[in-house]
Design a protein around this ligand. Structure first.
Ligand code: NAP
Ligand code: ZN
Ligand code: ZN
Length: 351
């Protein structure tokens, strides 16, 4: 039996989001049914509604920073029970047998993971819909435990913004004394500052926005470099072991490469597409520097992050909104006017 659920959807490309009712798939024995309490708003939601990557299937119910409470569980579920607080991020399934899945890298599943929204369920071929809705049904393996120490309102953004910056910090072995740069202070950027600081790194924010300086320091930056100021850019030449670039749109990365140390890496997590202007290889060759990319993180790694955040008291800085203010929130996100993640109070769907 499918269940009927209320949510908000974009009916077609670049349209405003509006109330939408839809069917969620049949529950299977290894499924958890979750009543959604809060859902973060990621810039990916906006890219998807605008079909920036040419892969959007409408209508889209966005949302992949989901916090909720278990309503019921299938007969084969062992790790969760009714009433537990849980989270769901960007993926709800994967093949579970390829090399990537076997290594806990479900985000790089050879068959492609089933995404929380804008994807097709790999078993019953139904369209997946995200967290701007009352309920979601998710395979147990892709449901995350939320520590009692975490404030539920600020925990949702850990499931995308958090893990997307945590995964490169861990992959490039960031620890006490590592010099980390973060480009862009939005949802991902502010999590990157908090998490890099939590790991003991020396953290610098690159931003176009001088007005964000004070907040950046509060969020964990030891230093702020205004990227349009050539003098400030020159002052950090050769400094960073790792730079995490969270900027969503085309921008000139050549200006950042000289600030990498020898063997340093700039990792893209924001821009999905071509570089403009083209990449200048001179600083790469004359310093064995690398440019890389990274997508979210695996399920085990996401649980590791949630547990780390529980121990260190780390959650996102959020602005809670009602769901009918979603279109205004998108406009503000496009202007980089978010401090530093919008979260939807899903109770507002019912009012
Ligand atoms: P966001 O909250 O809108 O923040 C982006 C920040 O980038 C802005 O606050 C701004 O910071 C800076 N910025 C924006 N436009 C810019 C431009 N044209 N040039 C230079 N800087 C600009 O976005 P988000 O939710 O953090 O997401 C960031 C990107 O990551 C999106 O493209 C999203 O789709 C992507 N993403 C990727 C993954 C993954 O798995 N790799 C996961 C989640 C999200 P300043 O004002 O400080 O300059
Ligand atoms: Zn996201
Ligand atoms: Zn796989």
């Amino acid at each position: 039996m499918t269940i009927n659920v209320r949510g908000y959807a974009a009916p077609s490309v670049k349209t405003s989001l509006a109330p939408y009712q839809f069917e969620r798939r049949d529950m299977r024995s290894d499924d958890v049914v979750i009543e959604i309490l809060y859902c973060g708003i990621c810039h990916t939601d906006l890219h998807s509604v605008n079909n920036d990557w040419g892969v959007s299937m409408f209508p889209i119910v966005p949302g992949h920073e989901i916090i909720g409470q278990v309503e019921s569980v299938g007969s084969a579920v062992t790790r969760f029970k009714t009433g537990d607080h849980v989270g769901v991020g960007c993926m709800v399934d994967s093949c579970q047998k390829c090399e990537a899945c076997n290594q806990g890298l479900e985000q790089y599943c050879k068959e492609g993971p089933t995404l929380t929204y804008n994807s097709i369920d790999r078993h019953d071929k139904m369209h997946t819909f995200g967290g701007y809705s009352e309920k979601i049904i998710v395979r147990e393996k892709f449901v995350l435990r939320i520590s009692d120490c975490l404030d539920l309102k600020g925990a949702g953004p850990l499931l995308c913004a958090g893990i997307t910056t945590w995964s490169p910090l861990r992959h490039w072995r960031v620890r006490e004394g590592t010099n980390v740069g973060v480009i862009g202070l939005g949802g991902l950027g502010h999590m990157a500052l908090k998490l890099a600081k939590g790991l003991g790194a020396n953290v610098t924010l690159f931003s176009r926005s001088p007005g964000k300086k004070k907040d950046a320091r509060r969020l964990g930056a030891d230093n702020v470099v205004i990227s349009t100021d050539t003098g400030q850019m020159a002052s950090v030449k050769g400094k960073f072991d790792l730079i995490i670039d969270t900027v969503p749109y085309t921008h000139d990365i050549n200006q950042y490469l000289p600030s990498l140390s020898i063997n340093g890496t700039l990792v893209f997590v924001g821009l999905l597409g071509n570089l403009e202007p083209t990449l200048n290889t001179v600083p790469l060759i004359l310093g064995r520097r690398s440019v890389s990319g990274s997508a979210i993180g695996g399920i085990a790694e996401t649980q590791e992050l949630l547990d780390f955040c529980g121990e260190h008291g780390i959650t996102a800085d959020i602005e809670m909104i009602k769901i009918h203010d979603i279109n205004e929130a998108y406009k503000r996100m496009l202007k980089s006017d978010v401090k530093y993640r919008f979260v939807i109070d899903i109770a507002s769907l019912k009012s």
